[in-house]
Write a protein that binds this ligand. Structure first.
Ligand SMILES: Nc1ncnc2c1ncn2[C@@H]1O[C@H](COP(=O)(O)OP(=O)(O)O)[C@@H](O)[C@H]1O
Ligand SMILES: [Mg+2]
Length: 437
């Protein structure tokens, strides 16, 4: 209980502040004096009621409330204040003490400075939210957040006679707010990613339309030429060749698109594992690209050391090799050199496709494996492509539990290296391998 707050009826309040009426009791008794006495008693009762309300409030509230005099000595404190800062201590014992008897010097000095400022200026400090710096009695609990309001304490005539303050624990609110900010940042980042994807898709649609259009225009044009000249004209063979090349290119593009959309919607790549002979596959892949190499006067060479047959999908391996060789030829100027090397390191087959072409800027070396990504050089030099080849290539490598990496120097060339674990031949002919995300 609060002894200071429960004056006995008829006694002056414990503050001892002016009670001139008390001195008059018993000196003059008469109707006017009686009235004065009654008025005095009423006043007394009203004051006592206020103090009772106040002491009940302070004895029960969880809010941390204190009243201090001009020297920041405690006049009154609430149960919540004691529970938070001086658990187990007696309220009466704390009256007259200061923050220096409770808190660390640093904390007490800061509070004292704030209170002196309130007293000096008469201006309150309102709802100052701060990290709880005091943890003397926290018993290891995580430092929370508090909101503190400090006001000047004024007497009936308006003179400042001290300060009072209310501190509330706002840890939950601040944590929620911080959580919301984090959430908002996360959403914003997600939004950016979606926007970027959207932009890439738009760009991709433009690219695909262009890629479809170019060979189609040439097919249609050469069909017309062929019709004009007749199938036994002197250029007929050449026209047919161009038409076939255009048609093949279209087929490849549509194939890539379908392939990619399938591995993306199914999240697995259908891989048919069977005995694969890498030496053979490399030989075929290089011969398939030879006409294109000749067209560009590129020296296309294959060096292969024997690799034992192992479990792999020969069609997919041929596809990945075709992609890498096609890139090497595409991004190497006329007269360059492209080399396909096959060998073994430990229990891995190592396939490398090296060129001495335009190279890849360091900043792009990770990104070239992303869907639709093409380097600025590829776009600016109008080198045809969709930016899907390496995405597909990597998916194939991963379906074989292998890795792909690239070493490159701008203007000097690139080397793509694929490592495939030599999966021993097994009885099972075909199976599905989950694709890594
Ligand atoms: N051998 C290479 N030399 C230089 N740049 C390359 C090479 N291979 C790939 N790139 C870069 O990586 C990008 C992505 O390759 P890819 O996915 O095969 O798409 P595409 O061949 O349709 O452009 C290419 O556009 C190009 O910028
Ligand atoms: Mg490509």
């Amino acid at each position: 209980m609060l002894p200071v707050l429960t004056p006995k009826a008829g006694q002056p309040a414990a503050t001892g502040r002016g009670d001139p009426g008390g001195a008059m009791v018993g000196t003059r008794v008469g109707p006017p004096a009686q009235r004065e006495l009654d008025a005095q008693r009423e006043l007394e009762a009203a004051r006592e009621l206020k103090l009772t309300c106040m002491s009940n409030l302070l004895a029960t509230t969880e809010a941390r409330v204190y009243f201090k005099d001009l020297q920041s000595r405690f006049l009154l404190i609430s149960a919540g204040w004691i529970a938070a800062y001086a658990p187990g201590r007696d309220m009466a014992e704390l009256i007259g003490k200061t923050d220096f008897d409770v808190f660390s010097d640093r904390h007490a000095a800061a509070a004292f400075a704030d209170e002196q400022q309130v007293i000096r200026t008469g201006e309150p400090i309102v709802a100052k939210v701060e990290r709880e710096t005091y943890d003397g009695h926290a018993g290891g609990r995580a430092a929370g957040w508090v909101s503190t309001t400090k006001m000047p304490l004024r007497d009936a005539r308006g003179h400042i006679i001290g300060t009072f303050g209310i501190t509330r624990d706002v840890t939950a609110r601040i944590r929620a707010e911080k959580g919301m900010v984090r959430q908002a940042l996360k959403l914003r980042a997600q939004n950016e990613r979606l926007r970027e994807l959207d932009r890439l898709k738009d760009e991709f649609i433009g690219l695909v339309s262009h890629e479809l259009r170019t060979p189609l225009v040439s097919v249609v044009g050469y069909v017309e030429l062929l019709r004009d000249e007749g199938t036994d004209g002197p250029n007929a063979d050449h026209f047919i060749e161009v038409i076939e090349r255009g048609a093949q290119r279209l087929l490849r593009l549509v194939g890539d698109l379908l392939f990619l959309s399938r591995i993306q919607s199914e999240k697995v790549m259908a891989v048919e594992f069977r005995s694969a002979d890498l030496v053979d596959i490399c030989g075929y892949a290089v011969e398939e690209m030879r006409p294109e190499a000749q067209r560009k006067h590129i020296d296309l060479a294959l060096t292969a050391t024997a690799v034992p047959c192992f479990e792999a999908d020969p069609t997919r391996i041929a596809q990945l090799l075709g992609n890498l060789i096609a890139n090497a030829l595409k991004f190497t100027p006329d007269g360059g050199r492209v080399e396909v090397r096959l060998g073994m390191e430990g229990d891995e087959a190592v396939l490398a496709v090296a060129d001495n072409g335009i190279g890849i800027p360091a900043a792009d070396r990770e990104r070239i494996f992303e869907r639709f990504f093409r380097t600025a050089a590829a776009t600016q030099q109008v080198i045809p492509g969709t930016g899907l080849g390496l995405t597909i290539t990597r998916a194939i490598v991963e379906a074989h539990n292998g890795t792909i990496s690239v070493a490159s120097e701008e203007g000097r060339g690139s080397t793509f290296t694929v490592r495939l674990p030599l999966r021993p031949l097994a009885a099972a002919d075909a199976q599905l391998t989950p694709r890594r995300p």
